[in-house]
Design a protein around this ligand. Structure first.
Ligand code: FAD
Ligand code: SF4
Length: 512
């Protein structure tokens, strides 16, 4: 009996149990398809990185003795669509069994569920297996929080620490006496620390890039195909992990929220692509950071801060996604409808923070968490941008963007579009926060201190106006009571000047 096993583009884990045994009756199928390159407009680097990774995995599986059938984006027999490609291959190989690793995106999960039903009706046995990647099940948070309105990440995180014994003492207490060292992780970077070299392997993916373009795939952002830095496979990703632990993790916590014009990466790991394509497993990354702490190489604040992102946030947002799909994508708590300004595709805005963050995203397919949250997302929420459009943009532009992780971060954490399931208050700020955490404002055309006038920083009036406009829903939130007390103290003239200024900014977003 011949079995066809589908490996998706974000399932590039060569250690999956499937690959432990060579079986002549099993054919592994990897499909490059327009349905996957085109469901949103993607950054060129993202398309290149995923296809290059798929080709490399196929090569290594074949070299190990597995039977592999690979369809390239340029192959004439490629229908560019999942079901029709699979139908042709099932017939071609006369396969009686079809298997796949559970996908992480709702879209593909649905598509494959329906395909399986159709196959069963034709007498072909079909089933899904675990992708063996995550530490929590899809349902874990829904069970943990049962009927609670707010799903506090901190509670989820402590549960995961305890369950998996990470940074825990023998008597089940958090190592160091605290669960969380966030207050130590808010340093501004003033160049006080020499930045490590970027040691990432470089590839020339120009032939692949030409093939992608010739196939008609539309992308945006810089391809950088002949100087490509994203890992091709697990071996390269492991080297990147080792370099991060040695060179950057010691300072990760301290400068985790910092932003600077001098360096786009600072002490961040750049591991999200390798994690989300499953080249690396989350537990090995977590254990590597824990080990670095145990060996005295990094302080607890760095190890804990980093581990919280993966054991906490990453697992947690995935649970939110599965608990709330398919309706999550339509959430729009504040009813924001403004189109994205044109400079989201060029970075050409006078606002220094946004031009830096967006130009960097176009060049590198990467921005770090605070740039995504407190610069781009912050502005989007204050300006009232349409959250679904913003979600599509985030899903396209970042190298690590897959819907299960991108959507809760964008719609929930950054835009509060779910009305506060994921965030206890909207993540917004005026210029003061951006100035505190970065060196952007000093080179900006706008004045970080002014609220009103043509030179005032747009974040300022938009910030106060956002709270005034949404007082009905937000003023009772104890975490932002202070903001409303400050608004109460403003004179009616000051309030109306802010409203007028904010209306003016919102009416000409393209020219800011
Ligand atoms: P580091 O800062 O070095 O952190 C280490 C690891 O922690 C990351 O590799 C990542 O796996 C994990 N992590 C950190 N924060 C989060 C988080 N909030 N959610 C999930 N995992 C986290 N992350 C994605 O992987 N894909 C996305 O599409 C994505 N979209 C985002 C959209 C918005 C609006 C925001 C605010 C955040 C988003 N994030 C996303 C989370 C975070 O910004 C990225 O994981 C991080 O910037 C990746 O870079 P890094 O590997 O250098 O991470
Ligand atoms: Fe951004 Fe305002 Fe600072 Fe300019 S002044 S960099 S727009 S926060």
């Amino acid at each position: 009996m011949t079995t066809l096993r589908l490996v998706l583009g974000d399932q590039l884990n060569p250690n999956h149990r499937w690959f432990q045994v060579i079986d002549e009756t099993v054919i592994y199928v990897l499909l490059e398809m327009r349905q996957e390159t085109d469901y949103v407009l993607h950054h060129a680097q993202k398309v290149i990185a995923v296809l290059a990774g798929m080709r490399d995995l196929a090569r290594s599986l074949q070299a190990a003795g597995h039977r592999v059938h690979y369809l390239k984006i340029s192959d004439p027999e490629n229908t560019q669509q999942l079901e029709s490609n699979l139908d042709i291959l099932l017939n071609h190989f006369n396969a009686q069994c079809f298997q796949y690793q559970a996908p992480d995106e709702w879209r593909l999960d649905q598509q494959l569920n329906q395909f399986v039903v159709a196959l069963e009706a034709r007498g072909i046995h079909a089933n899904a297996v675990d992708s063996e990647h995550f530490l929590a099940s899809r349902e874990h948070a829904a069970k943990l929080f049962a009927s609670q309105k707010n799903w506090l990440m901190e509670r989820f995180y402590r549960d995961m620490r305890t369950r998996h014994g990470i940074l825990m003492t023998a008597d089940a207490k958090p190592v160091g006496g605290q669960w969380n060292y966030d207050h130590e992780n808010r340093g501004r970077w003033n160049g006080q620390q020499t930045l490590p070299q970027d040691k990432r392997h470089r590839h020339n993916h120009l032939p692949l890039w030409l093939e992608i373009q010739a196939a008609g795939v539309h992308t945006f952002g810089e391809a950088s195909a002949d100087n490509f830095r994203w890992p091709l496979n697990r071996t390269e990703a492991l080297v990147q992990l080792d370099d991060f632990i040695a060179d950057r993790l010691p300072y990760f916590g301290q400068y985790q929220d910092a932003m600077t014009q001098q360096d786009w990466r600072l002490f961040h790991a750049l591991l999200s692509f390798a994690l989300n394509t499953k080249m690396l497993s989350p537990i090995e990354v977590i254990l590597a950071a824990e080990q670095a702490y145990k060996q005295g190489h990094v302080p607890i604040s760095a190890a804990e801060g980093f581990i919280r992102q993966i054991l906490g946030w990453r697992e947690y947002v995935r649970c939110v996604y599965w608990a709330r799909m398919p309706n999550y994508v339509h959430q729009n708590h504040f009813q924001h409808t403004q189109d994205l300004p044109e400079w989201f595709w060029t970075g050409k805005t006078h606002m220094r923070c946004l031009s830096m963050a967006i130009k960097q995203s176009l060049e590198q397919a990467y921005a770090h968490h605070i740039q995504r949250l407190m610069v781009i997302g912050n502005f989007a929420l204050l300006a009232g941008l349409n959250p679904k459009q913003l979600h599509t943009w985030y899903l396209g532009i970042y190298i690590d963007a897959f819907e299960w992780v991108e959507l809760p971060n964008t719609l929930g954490m950054s835009q509060y579009a779910d009305g506060g399931l994921l965030a206890t208050k909207p993540y917004v700020s005026s210029a003061a926060y951006i100035d505190k955490m970065s060196d952007y404002c000093k080179d900006c055309r706008y004045d970080k201190k002014q609220r009103i006038g043509p030179n005032a920083c747009p974040f300022n009036a938009l910030y106060w106006d956002f709270h005034a406009r949404h007082a009905n829903t937000l003023s009772k939130n104890p975490r932002i009571g202070m903001v409303y007390r400050q608004i109460e103290k403003m004179t009616p003239e000051a309030k109306s000047a802010i409203t007028d200024q904010a209306i003016q900014w919102r009416s000409r977003l393209n020219t800011l």
